[in-house]
Write a protein that binds this ligand. Sequence first.
Ligand code: HEM
Length: 750
Amino acid sequence: MALTDMLQIPPATPITVAITTVAIAVAIFLYFKSHASNHSRRSTHPPPVPEVPGVPVLGNLLQLKEKKPYMTFTRWAQTYGPIYSIRTGATSMVVISSNEIAKEAMVTRFSSISTRNLSKALTILTADKTMVAMSDYNDYHRTVKRHILTAMLGPNAQRKQRVHRDFMIENISMQFHAFVANSPKEVDLRKIFQSELFGLAMKQAVGKDVESLNVEDLGITMKRDEIFQVLVVDPMMGAIEVDWRDFFPYLKWVPNKKFENTIQQMSIRRKAVMKALIKEHKKRIASGENLNSYIDYLLSEAQIFSDEQLIMSLWEPIIESSDTTMVTTEWAMYELAKNPKMQDRLYRDIQSVCGSNKITEENLSQLPYLSAIFHETLRRHSPVPIIPLRHVHEDTVLGGYHVPAGTELAVNIYGCNMEKNVWENPEEYNPDRFMKENETIDMQRTMAFGGGKRVCAGSLQAMLISCIGIGRMVQEFEWRFKDKAEEDISTLGLTTQRLNPLHTVYKATSKKVDFLNKPEEVVAEVNLWAEKQTSGLIKEILPLDAVNIDTRLIFANAVYFKGVWNEKFDPSKTKDYDFHLLDGSKGEDNRRFTMYFFLPDAKDGLQSLIQKMGSESNFLERHVPVRKIEVEQFLIPKFKISFGFKANDLLMELGLVLPFDHIEGRLTEMLEPSNDGNLFVSGVYHESFVEVNEEGTEAAAVTAVVIQAQCMMIEEKVDFVADHPFMFVIREDMSGVVLFMGQVVDPRVT
Ligand code: HEM
């Protein structure tokens, strides 16, 4: 927990000055009293923990103001040793910056240090410790931790959640590609990654990632980014809000209404949103949907929960998922951008294990260097630099020193991970320190996930997402810094979040082949590559005669997109309806119904719609609606389209003639100089495939469909019945890049 942000002293008013005067008198009395009693204890106990000198009343508060506290703590450790005590106002705090003593505190002496004394803000935001991570170690903690591991974060649950992670990683990759294709400048890794992590957390916790939500208690409908703000951003900021009474508990009777109101409002809004999400989910259960998320488990297995406990148990993984994993991944990408050799080494490792396939979780055990990068990032950039404060509730001994009951305990993970006698050159980012032969990396070696009975419950999920995320980003892009971003290592917030995002450039991969002697093999290899890139949807992009002894180069790119509907269609409700073909006949549509599209009013209006789209500039932008309307009847046919052609003639018709010209082609500069003569394009081949069914096709397009329905801009419910030819577009929303565009004239024809 970041303490620096807790150290702002409120501005003085006449009342606070008077109160402060009394406070100082009381505090000085307590200060000397506590010193006197410490002194008298010395003869019977192990020695007291060495103290960092401070000033009366404020103790060391002012010294902590300047820098991030974990840095200051680590610096003090060099002078005062691996364990020392400080005072934050009237509270005495012991700080540990050593692996060994931290383990002693978290494991051996755990029974004396297993409660928490929360700040005022955290007491409100955690509904008085109704969270695993912030509760005391008691029955409630054990029960809920067991539930969350069984249903969401443990190995079995993570196996079942795999589909959500894969979907998320595909989405992240697709958004980066769309971003880079559109404007190859700065890519905000954080924005994309964090938003997708939030989506994953929502699916895991409450069964669905929502685009908007009617929050009855607040009388408003919230969009996704507002929901994110209320559930994640506000509470993260609230957790580090400062109430000066936290430092002077004997002054807690003094009102601080403004502070309390701010935090209470955050808590009320969060509760209202969570209540609305739970209500929506109960509706889905009542409609017979087969769901398998944490909420389903809690509703069926843990009926003993009060409403408040249910809300908090579901909110907890949402806030915990959305930040730390992203922080780790972003720091890893920072280090890889800074160290091109490491980036290359990881890229080659992945190539040798995965070939042209995308990296998957099955590959992780064969990629020790990737794992080493993950762990070294956790060590060097400890995402949670200080473990949320523990409270010493009975006298104990740590590192050979006496620690009295009533002390707060700060385990400075950052300091432990920078300890010189444990880590050689700790300042240096060096994944090789985790590459010892035959050594499987102990998840707790870096202390980044804490340890003992309160070890992080989400470490497996964090590792899987972060490793696959890093792997895919290195497989598909080359990471370089933008201007002086390399020097920028500023952090902000509760975790060690980087201040500024990273910058990426697209990387194409190349391979040498033997056109002269093995043209058939080259064709087979390109086709196999296409098949892999499109997960088997496109098996043959090149015909056998496309390559011959004169071929010098083949460029290829592939887009593969897979997604599920936000709300799946119920196959039992799929019916056969008439589809009105352009010739006026009715084709029997024995397929099921799905998809997003531009449906002309007239049954034969498709051609004029296409013309309009082609001739009007920004047609799509101008027809993407800004708000949502309710659709009464929503019917669309299931369909499958596969289409392939040699595009030479079409491109030449469009005016792209020169590259095809045997004599004038002159693409010579693309290759090293040789006596080969002219280079020209001999063929451009294109294949595409789209399938739509009840499960979905892709998520971005789901959004587009919903939005499409909105463009009519009318208040009453409308029917949307695609029973005649229509157009569809699959578009990435953030960048506006169109991935696929097609027309369905007869859904029976594939
Ligand atoms: C790289 C990512 C992460 C890091 C570095 C991290 C770190 C930590 C740390 C240091 C603790 C405190 C342990 C203590 O108090 O002794 C903790 C606790 C916890 N974390 Fe994580 N965490 C990460 C990701 C996650 C994720 C993704 C989730 C859930 C979705 C999660 C859920 C929890 C829970 C429930 C606890 C409380 C455990 C307890 O008190 O028994 N964490 N984590």
